[in-house]
Design a protein around this ligand. Sequence first.
Ligand SMILES: Nc1nc2c(c(=O)[nH]1)N[C@H]1C(S)=C(S)[C@@H](COP(=O)(O)OP(=O)(O)OC[C@H]3O[C@@H](n4cnc5c(N)ncnc54)[C@H](O)[C@@H]3O)O[C@H]1N2
Ligand code: MOO
Ligand SMILES: [Mg+2]
Length: 395
Amino acid sequence: MISVDEALQLVLQHKMNLGTEEVPLLQAVGRVLAQEVTADRDLPPFDRVTMDGIAIKAQSFASGTRSFHIEKIQAAGSPQTALATAENCIEVMTGAMLPANTDAVVPYEVCEIQNQVATVLAAKVTSGQNIHRQGSDSTAGSILVSGGVTVTPAIIGTLASVGMHQAKVYRMPRVAICSTGDELVDVEQTPLPHQIRRSNAYVLAAALQEAKVPVSLCHLPDAPETMQQELAAILPQHEVLLLSGAVSKGKFDFLPQGLEKLGLATVFHKIAQKPGKPMLFGKLPEGKVVFGFPGNPVSTYVCFQLYFWPWLKASLGLKTQPQKAQLAQPISFPPALGYHVPVTLTNENGVLQALPVKTSGSGDLTSLYKADALLSLPADQDEFKAGESFPLTLL
Ligand SMILES: Nc1nc2c(c(=O)[nH]1)N[C@H]1C(S)=C(S)[C@@H](COP(=O)(O)OP(=O)(O)OC[C@H]3O[C@@H](n4cnc5c(N)ncnc54)[C@H](O)[C@@H]3O)O[C@H]1N2
Ligand code: MOO
Ligand SMILES: [Mg+2]
């Protein structure tokens, strides 16, 4: 059986080249940017007034002038005006162009205005004060945002400020999520005593919806021929299959053989880990990939988090920062399996502490919502001391 690290490396070796697409500005949020964003002009594009007040020539103040006749008002959104006489001033509003022949803005708070004359009460006026200089943030042509980052609301603001009403982002893969199992009924149905409601596909669909990955849902029966026919019908419209259940040793676990008939090249089947030991990963014709997650709800979600997300991020060219946390209490786990422990996180003096969540195993989905993350303990160790650090996957 391969290790957790080997499985992850194999999954990453099969990342997909997704290409790019143009989307309208607001639809770019949450997507991965596939272009550099450059400034179309200087930012700010003119000397911008940053306080409501009066614009003067600092030299006039230095020469002793304190009362300045107000020539006019320069509002934001008006073309630039000019001060006619050095001993005068122009009232200016935040966001306005600084009037020509002025180089300092004195806020209203330190002025007294009567009969069109502003008297400056401040002790000092410096050339350049309260002016956001043209090009001081960035100059025309400079790179504001590099490609390969997730578009945040702040990046949307940057795109808007340089006039990009569309943005080039990496295309998302077309994903089908199929649950399997004759014991499962849909959410709106009332289960009979031997049945349960299916939840796995909804968990994965919800996670993908948050990440703006388009998905379609389906459910496959525990019957080899129908399962294979339905898979064959789904495959042409999708590039990634996320399947849950039917990958273990049961008499009705038909997924591996159903996929083989569709041309599956198995990359691995089984990982030395708990939960999620029976996980399957393989290639399908035309460069498509399939993740066969074990059916127990916690196993499905854990494997999705540990293997599918890194695969998607790698395919989108997103870099991930490995994270670690300290185990907050000792754990004993003798089997030679990697152990992914659901934990809650607290921060003690800047160090992340991971406290295991009580669960009754990989069928216990309701305990998983309490977890903030998974702490992955290595297979070659049996006793794990409080204070030891291990890799962390945020949920
Ligand atoms: N002899 C062995 N038996 C099992 C092994 C093993 O190594 N040897 N592995 C166990 C492990 S670990 C897991 S995990 C499960 C995985 O089984 P399958 O992937 O074949 O999944 P199923 O048999 O279809 O279902 C398992 C379990 O999960 C429930 N389930 C499935 N799908 C859903 C869903 N969409 N929503 C909610 N619950 C779901 C299903 O009802 C079963 O209870 O195999 C062990 N057995
Ligand atoms: O993935 Mo299984 O527990 O290891 O349910
Ligand atoms: Mg099974």
